[in-house]
Structure formats: structure tokens, C-alpha cells
Write a protein that binds this ligand. Structure first.
Ligand code: NI
Length: 236
């Protein structure tokens, strides 16, 4: 399994969260990806709107749970996963911001500081919103306090993609989806795609002059990462 991760294309800051492009995977990896994504709750499940409870027992079961989450994240080609997405309402997340970065599990994460003036807007996908990519504005820098699965406290200072993944997953623990963070027009297009089983990606600048307002369908082409996450099996 780790072979697959190591050979996966490096995730860059332009790739949408929380999935990597499935392009270039062999059949076996695609099967593993489908099996992993089948375990992830999808839009419409009320659990995704629920607030998770703090973890109070740092026992062996917690360690096993985070190992399982990391396996599902990797097989699913995700860069992050919250326990909520597996139907477990406990404040646990895993993330791996880049193919070469280590997978990290955080328990009871709290954003204790975020940059008040520096924000960035970037496209995000979500394993729970297949086929949807949305633009989300978030603070560029954050500091997160959490525990590891053994109960050891740690502080993470994160910027850029890592900060974005962490904020996305902590949102999941609070029952917040990127639909609530995106511009209203995009949310409308995404909702239509989710209802109709289609795909949605924000209009690119060169397409906005066209009929972008007329439909929620994403462009057939675009940057590779966006297309990969939004199209295909809808498993991004
Ligand atoms: Ni997500």
C-alpha cells in the first residue's frame, strides 16, 4: 500500500482537496480506491452535518481506528479524512498533505490561532461530495493544538495546503461541508450536480464569458487536477 502512495504523483498546491487525481492508477489500485470510497459517507447523510464529540480515552481501539482511517485515506487517494466521514462522531482526523509527507493522526484538534489578514482562495474537493470542486477562502496560516493517538499533546504550525487540509477536516468534525464555505453561485451549481448525479467545478476565467451561468456542468477540460477530481466515477 505504501508503494502506491510513494509512486503517486506529488500533490501540489493547485490540486483540489481532499483527493488526488485517479489518473494513472492500475486496475488494482482503482479497485482499492473504490472499496475505500464506498466506506465514506456521502452528501445527504445527516451524520455529515453533526458535531463530533471529544475523545476521552486514548486506548488501543483509538490507535486501530486511526490506522484504519489512514488506510482508507490512502487507498481513496485522499489527502485528509475525518472520522465523521466514516460515521464515527469522534474528534479524530488524519491527513497527508503531499505524497511524500507522513500520514498524521490528530485527536481533539483545535485551531488556536489563524492568520487574520492573510487569506487564500483555492479549489477543494471532498471525498463525501463526489464529483464536486468548489472554491473556498481560508486563512493561509494556522496553529493547531491536538493530541496524537497516544494522548501526547502536540502543536502544528501549518501554511498553504497543509493549513487548508487541516481546516477542511476540522470543519468536518463540526458538521461543516465546503458547500457552506463556497460562494453562493457555486453552492447552487454543486447542489444541482449532487441532486442529479452530475459533476461541478467552478467556471474558469476564460469560460465565464460563455454560458457558465446556464449550467452546473463543469468544463470538459480545465486544469488536470480539477478535472480529475470532478469527473469520472465521481469518487474524488
Ligand atoms: Ni471533505
Amino acid at each position: 500500500m505504501s508503494d502506491q502512495v510513494e509512486t503517486a504523483p506529488e500533490l501540489d498546491d493547485d490540486a483540489p482537496l481532499e483527493a488526488r487525481s485517479p489518473e494513472g492508477l492500475d486496475d488494482e489500485a482503482l479497485e482499492r480506491r473504490a472499496a475505500a470510497l464506498a466506506e465514506v459517507l456521502k452528501f445527504g447523510d445527516p451524520v455529515l452535518r453533526s458535531k463530533a464529540s471529544p475523545v476521552t480515552e486514548f486506548d488501543q481501539a483509538l490507535g486501530e481506528e486511526t490506522e484504519r482511517m489512514i488506510a482508507i485515506m490512502r487507498d481513496g487517494m485522499g489527502v485528509g479524512l475525518a472520522a465523521t466521514q466514516l460515521g464515527i462522531l469522534r474528534r479524530v482526523l488524519v491527513f497527508q498533505a503531499g505524497a511524500d509527507a507522513p500520514a498524521t493522526a490528530l485527536v481533539n484538534p483545535e485551531i488556536e490561532w489563524s492568520s487574520a489578514v492573510e487569506f487564500a482562495t483555492a479549489e477543494e474537493g471532498c471525498l463525501s461530495l463526489p464529483g464536486v470542486v468548489l472554491e473556498v477562502e481560508r486563512p493561509l496560516h494556522i496553529r493547531v493544538r491536538a493530541s496524537d493517538p497516544n494522548g501526547t499533546e502536540l502543536t502544528i504550525e501549518a501554511s498553504g495546503l497543509e493549513a487548508r487540509v487541516l481546516q477542511h477536516e476540522i470543519d468536518h468534525l463540526d458538521g461543516v461541508l465546503i458547500l457552506q464555505r463556497a460562494p453562493k453561485e457555486q453552492r447552487r451549481g454543486a447542489m444541482r450536480a449532487l441532486r442529479e448525479g452530475g459533476t461541478y467545478a467552478p467556471p474558469r476565467p476564460e469560460e465565464e464569458a460563455g454560458d457558465a451561468a446556464a449550467g452546473g456542468d463543469p468544463p470538459a477540460a480545465g486544469n488536470g487536477a480539477g478535472t480529475g477530481a470532478a469527473a469520472g466515477s465521481g469518487a474524488a
